[in-house]
Structures are given as structure tokens and as C-alpha cells.
Design a protein around this ligand. Structure first.
Ligand SMILES: *Cc1c(COP(=O)(O)O)cnc(C)c1O
Length: 425
């Protein structure tokens, strides 16, 4: 297995995360939570410090060529867009570094959701998508759920509903990787099926970006949004991303105009007529946070150094398979198809993430039985120095992230879980 870039990251110690039962308080904890908040990279820290320094030495002139590190703030994001484009499989003009995931999703809904009396529905996978836009959710929203007793959506069920309801669907919005189950949807096949029915197809890539390889342009995806603090490791609340396929020309897309989306050649003249930058960057409204963008640039440079998603994905598949194998050897593991009918109240767990590596990213979602034991398992794992991510009511997500996690982390995670169960029994 290729070596990780763990040395590029600053990971918390057992003491810092409150692992009271760990015998070595000063050693690094087992951090299997990069799907929720990626750790600090040394590169991000250095670049943020440089920007603080630039601000302190140049103040307003740092916007331009006097910037001491040659990254004038007016076009700071020009350093980010090539890396974003590579990460999501798009052209540079199809991506923008801006805003936050939810705000960007609303911008995309505003531009792409154009209901007519015949075509007005939105097809969703279970997500947190906030529904505004004056919709009557009972009529306009088709939210798919897994079949009774199942946890993941079947591809055929998704394609069937698109075929059946397609003529009344305006917009199909799915998560690339579902946050709860870790299911990676067949993005190309869903996009194609939706577009064949005349629907627009957009993706929420919160849990997919930096986790699985993406080819948004080649798959013909209409639009996508993502945050950068999960697998991309850019820091809490960091600046987000947006993608719009080049086939969408400016004139077809109404948008909220903002001066930062205006052609840079005349931006500072502030002419009365809005002339947007061609492509995704025309959606920019405000000048970007440079401290957040510097942190993002640092973390993207590490992806570049790792060779971007192909080698990382190979490592990720191996790590997740290794963790899965160790977990399935546990005496407390029950197969997923027995979980929903299980009567016993002895504590146990199953894995609800798809078994097929092509239908998942790094994350495994462990479902604890009977309902209610998850919280005590989670707290006990933390006290042993293992950070996973709880999802109420009954799930803990463990994600070995290929940039910094190791086989040793997978072993520690599985071993600690076994100890926690032994103590529960
Ligand atoms: C993480 C996540 C978000 C977070 O949205 P923000 O606007 O960044 O706060 C939204 N949707 C999904 C599916 C997520 O996993």
C-alpha cells in the first residue's frame, strides 16, 4: 500500500480529545472522522500565516502585485480553480471557489429550478436539502426512501422512478455520497437517465469531493456544489465550491448578480450593466475570504502532491476493505439482512454501507442494535482514543481517509470497538 501523507497533517493527541482511558495521553489519537471534519494540514497553516503576514505588511496593496508571496488577493482564486477542476473532473471555467455549500445550493436552485404546470417536481435522495422556493413539499417533492427493511437505495428503483415520473420532474438532486449510509450513487447513470427525460440533474458533493473520483464534465452533470471541510481538509466552515457545465450559456441562466461575478476587466469601474464572467465564476457574488481560501489552497496542494484522486482512491479502497474485514470478524457483528428482524437485546452492530466498493467511498456506517446503545459505544470509543462520527439515532460512521489514515488506524478502530462491546456485555 502506498504510504500516506500523515506527516503533512497535525492530528490531535489522546489528551486533547478527552480520551481519559488511553494509557498514552500524548500520542496521536485514532482519527477516523475525516468525513466530518478533516484535520489541519501543515501546508494550510503555513499559507494562512503567510496571508496574515501579507495583510500586516501590505494592507490594501496586498490585493495587487505588491503581495509579498505573488498571490494578489484580486485573483487569489486563480490558484484554486485549476486544482478544484482536477479534483472534480471539470474544466477551469466550470468551477468557482465561493460561498458555502447551502448558499451555493440555493443559488443553483434559483437558476435551474424553473417549474412549469407540467414539469415542477424535484426528485431527491434523503438529504438535508432545505426546501424553500415556495414549493408545496407534499406535491412537488419526491423524496426516495430505501425499501422496507433495507438501508440503501437500489439503482434500479432510482432509474424506475425517473422513467415513470420523468415528464413531471424539473430537477433531480442527489448527494454523490449519502452522508448517513455512505452509499456512492451511480452518478453517471442517474445523470443520463434524468437528462433523457428532460430533467436537469445536480449533485450535492459534500461527502463525495476528495473521497471518490469524479468526472463531472464527462458525465454531463448540469451543476454541483460542495463544501471543503470534510475530505478536502480546508478547515471548519471553509470556503466552498460550485460547478456548472459549460453547456449552460450565460443568457439562459438567470442569476443574482454580484460585483465579483463581473468581468474582472471592468469590475472596478462598476459599470451599470452586469457583464458576467463566462462560466461558473459568473455566479460569484462577493470577494472571497482570503484566509479561508489560503487554507483551502494548502489542502488542495496536498491532493496534488498525492497525485489527485486516482492513487488516493486505490489506497482508500484498500483501507476501507481492511477495516470492513476486521469489523466483520467481530463476535458482535451481525449481517445487515438480519439486522431489521433481530429480536435479541444483546448489543451488536451491522454495517449498512454497501458491500460493493464501487458503491461506496471511504466511510463505513455502523448501525448499533438494539436502538439506544450507540451513544454509550461512541463515548466509550472516544475515551479509548478513537474518534468516529455519531449520527443519531443509531449510527457511528468510521472513515479511514487515504491522505492520512493507516492500516494501524483501522486495527485500532476495530480493536477498540471490540473492547467497548466486551465491557458492555
Ligand atoms: C456537510 C453537509 C452540508 C453542510 O452544509 P454547509 O452549508 O457547509 O453548512 C450540507 N449537506 C450535506 C449533505 C452535508 O453532508
Amino acid at each position: 500500500m502506498a504510504s500516506p501523507l500523515s506527516n503533512e497533517f497535525v492530528l490531535p493527541t489522546n489528551k486533547a480529545i478527552g480520551a481519559s482511558s488511553h494509557p498514552e495521553p500524548d500520542s496521536i489519537c485514532t482519527y477516523l472522522c475525516g468525513n466530518s471534519l478533516g484535520p489541519l494540514s501543515k501546508r494550510s497553516k503555513a499559507l494562512v500565516e503567510q496571508e496574515l503576514n501579507a495583510w500586516g505588511t501590505c494592507a490594501v496593496t496586498g490585493h495587487f502585485s505588491t503581495h509579498p508571496y505573488g498571490r494578489g488577493w484580486v485573483d487569489f482564486c486563480d490558484h484554486i480553480t485549476p486544482l478544484f477542476a482536477e479534483l472534480v473532473g471539470a474544466q477551469e471555467k466550470e468551477v468557482a471557489c465561493m460561498g458555502t455549500l447551502t448558499a451555493n445550493l440555493h443559488l443553483m436552485m434559483d437558476s435551474f429550478y424553473k417549474p412549469t404546470p407540467e414539469r415542477y417536481k424535484i426528485l431527491l435522495a434523503p438529504t438535508f436539502l432545505p426546501l424553500a422556493h415556495g414549493l408545496d413539499p407534499a406535491k412537488a417533492v419526491l423524496e426516495m426512501s430505501p425499501r422496507p427493511g433495507e438501508y440503501i437505495l437500489r439503482e434500479q428503483d432510482i432509474l424506475d422512478i425517473i422513467a415513470r415520473e420523468g415528464a413531471s420532474i424539473a430537477l433531480v438532486i442527489f448527494s454523490g455520497v449519502q452522508y448517513y449510509t455512505g452509499q456512492w450513487f451511480p452518478m453517471q447513470s442517474i445523470t443520463r437517465a434524468a437528462q433523457a427525460q428532460g430533467c436537469v440533474c445536480g449533485w450535492d458533493l459534500a461527502h463525495a469531493v476528495g473521497n471518490v473520483p469524479l468526472s463531472l464534465h464527462d458525465w454531463g452533470v448540469d451543476f454541483a456544489v460542495w463544501c471543503t471541510y470534510k475530505y478536502v481538509n480546508a478547515g471548519p466552515g471553509s470556503i466552498a465550491g460550485l460547478y456548472v457545465h459549460e453547456k449552460w450559456k450565460e443568457t439562459e441562466l438567470p442569476k443574482f448578480a454580484g460585483w465579483w461575478g463581473h468581468d474582472p476587466a471592468t469590475r472596478f469601474a462598476m459599470p451599470p450593466k452586469f457583464s458576467p464572467i463566462e462560466g461558473a465564476q459568473g455566479f460569484q457574488q462577493s470577494n472571497p475570504s482570503i484566509l479561508a481560501s489560503a487554507s483551502l489552497l494548502g489542502s488542495l496542494q496536498i491532493f496534488k502532491e498525492a497525485g489527485m484522486m486516482q492513487p488516493l482512491r486505490e489506497r482508500s479502497v484498500q483501507l476501507t476493505a481492511a477495516l470492513e474485514k476486521l469489523l466483520m470478524q467481530s463476535k458482535y457483528f451481525v449481517p445487515v439482512d438480519e439486522a431489521s428482524t433481530r429480536q435479541s437485546d444483546t448489543p451488536a452492530f451491522t454495517i449498512i454501507t454497501p458491500i460493493d466498493p464501487n458503491s461506496r467511498g471511504a466511510q463505513l456506517s455502523l448501525l448499533f442494535l438494539p436502538s439506544g446503545v450507540m451513544q454509550s459505544v461512541h463515548d466509550a470509543l472516544t475515551s479509548l482514543g478513537v474518534i468516529g462520527d455519531e449520527r443519531k439515532p443509531d449510527v457511528i460512521r468510521l472513515a479511514p481517509a487515504p491522505l492520512f489514515n493507516t492500516l494501524e488506524d483501522c486495527k485500532q478502530g476495530a480493536l477498540s470497538l471490540e473492547r467497548v462491546f466486551d465491557n458492555l456485555a
